[in-house]
Design a protein around this ligand. Structure first.
Ligand code: NAD
Length: 478
């Protein structure tokens, strides 16, 4: 069901028989279905949000914060149910998914605590007047989320816009929408009618209608570069809108020979986020290795990949499940085929795992290619799957050039015990996040956002809260 104007409804789309069936990517068994929103459903959701926002804007930040905290608590009470459904709907492993619930609740609480930061400034512009600024909401915000962490993104992405006084319409991803239904039920219980609306559906018509809706002036998108560009175009064709984008990555993991190599091996694997079958924007998928340690690291990472526990996402022992969908399966296998055709050396994995339990479903082995050249497709495009590439370098300059030779600029990791080198390299990297002697972690309060084609705007921090407000300058005289 969708949540529109406080009602759980199949909408016009459901009434017309337009439903999206969800399948377990591990077994292909049906898991559930949701109605697909029509443009009419989107309009009803936006209109309801616009009505609810008027009263919400009038509430103090303390009242808003209390309701955000209540939503965080409500999420925790249904945490187990959400996790199990999410594991079946996405293929993400239950063991790691537990963190998604904590992260979602954590961001609601974090932004709830930032209400008093929504303050303005006073400017000594004249001797007689009072000149000040206010941070005011946009009105209705659209948040469009991808399939890799559907619940976490849908829930966490409510926090900043709501705290800043906006109403929100969320569009869930079409391949893993089911936990969005639970989020709708929770929002209905806890929040004022119409303040949050949750719609399901395809990029077209649902996503496109939402982006183009005249009452939606602020869009926060997380997904692929191609869709991000389509959203910028559609937004620009309809009216002037503030669009922020959290897009893909092709993230370098640079290892100098003086690094702690045991930790490098562990973190090269951890940084790939195999619990999400490598389907993570921040995955450190380009491993750049100094030539003196290249062969050793490739061999040790390959050994770890071969030992990775692939299996039923619902089993707490599983370290990696299947990829999310038929589209993802085909896409990742296509990249593996292109790497082989381009002459990269397959070191580990490379296809469907052997055995009866992997015969059905969207399974792909954790895969490592070495002797990858920077011109190859697997070195340039985001695979968004369990595939790592190893490239060789001889000098620091070469490492930096290789790292920055990408249209993307989301994250980068640098491994060295030489602090001046670490700082020098960090400064030259084109990336929104740089990790030194670690990889993969997000830290609440620290901005996460891409450079170049990886996006626009920082999230998970004060900047995200401010980005859901617009400044009003006030000039008052007695
Ligand atoms: P996607 O772009 O295919 O879809 C994302 C969402 O956009 C879905 O809800 C989809 O229905 C919607 N959509 C599609 N076309 C649309 C249109 N024309 N107008 C409006 N909405 C539309 O992405 P995906 O395959 O679900 O997710 C994978 C991508 O997301 C990867 O590139 C990954 O790197 C990126 N991602 C980025 C971050 C980040 O924080 N930078 C986080 C997670 C995922």
């Amino acid at each position: 069901m969708m949540l529109i104007d406080g009602e759980l409804t199949a909408g016009e789309g459901g009434a017309a028989g337009q439903w999206i069936e969800s399948h377990d990517p591990a077994t292909l068994a049906p898991v559930g279905r949701v109605p697909a929103a029509t443009a009419g459903d989107v309009d009803r959701a936006v209109q309801a949000a616009a009505r609810a926002q008027i009263a919400w804007k009038g509430r103090s930040v303390w009242e808003r914060a209390a309701l955000l905290r209540a939503l965080a608590a409500a999420i925790q009470t249904r945490g187990k149910e959400i996790l199990e459904l999410e594991a079946r709907d996405t293929g993400n492993t239950l063991a790691k998914l537990q963190a998604d619930i904590q992260i979602a609740a954590g961001y609601l609480e974090y932004f709830a605590g930032l209400g008093s930061e929504l303050k303005g400034e006073t400017i000594p512009a004249t001797a007689q007047g009072l000149h000040l600024t206010l941070r005011e909401p946009y009105g209705v915000v659209a948040r469009i989320v991808p399939f890799n962490h559907p619940f976490m993104f849908a829930a966490a992405h409510l926090a900043a816009p709501l705290m800043a006084g906006n109403a929100v319409v969320v569009k869930t991803p079409e391949t893993s929408p089911l936990t969005g239904v639970i989020l709708g039920e929770l929002c209905r219980e806890v929040l004022p009618r119409g303040l949050v609306n949750i719609i399901h559906g395809h990029g077209n018509p649902a996503g496109d209608a939402l982006v183009r809706h005249p009452l939606v002036r602020r869009i926060g998108f997380t997904g692929s570069v191609a869709t991000g560009l389509a959203i910028q175009r559609a937004a620009a064709e309809s009216s002037v809108k503030h669009v922020t984008l959290e897009l893909g990555g092709k993230n370098p993991f640079i290892v100098f020979p003086d690094a702690d190599l045991d930790r490098v091996v562990d973190m090269a694997v951890a940084g790939m986020n195999f619990s999400w079958a490598g389907q993570s924007c921040g995955s450190t998928s380009r491993v750049l290795l100094h030539e003196s340690i290249h062969d050793e690291i490739v061999e040790r990472v390959a050994a770890k990949l071969s030992a990775l526990g692939i299996g039923n996402p619902l089993s707490l022992d599983s370290e990696m499940g299947p990829v999310n969908s038929a589209r993802q399966h085909e896409r990742v296998l296509g990249f593996i085929a292109s790497a082989k055709a381009d002459g990269a050396r397959l070191v580990s994995g490379g296809g469907r795992p052997p055995g009866e339990s992997f015969a059905k479903g969207y399974w792909i082995q954790p895969t490592l290619f070495a002797e990858v050249q920077p011109t190859m497709r697997i070195a340039r495009e985001e695979i968004f799957g369990p595939v790592m590439c190893a490239l060789r370098f001889a000098t620091e300059e070469q490492a930096i050039a290789l790292a920055n030779d990408s249209d993307y600029g989301l994250t980068a990791a640098v491994w060295t015990r030489d602090l001046p080198r670490a700082l020098r390299v960090m400064r030259t990297l084109d990336a929104g996040t740089v990790w030194i002697n670690t990889a993969g972690q997000h830290y609440v309060g620290s901005p996460f956002g891409g450079w170049k084609d990886s996006g626009l705007g920082g999230e998970e921090c004060l900047e995200e809260l401010f980005s859901y407000s617009q400044t009003k300058a006030v000039h008052a005289f007695a």
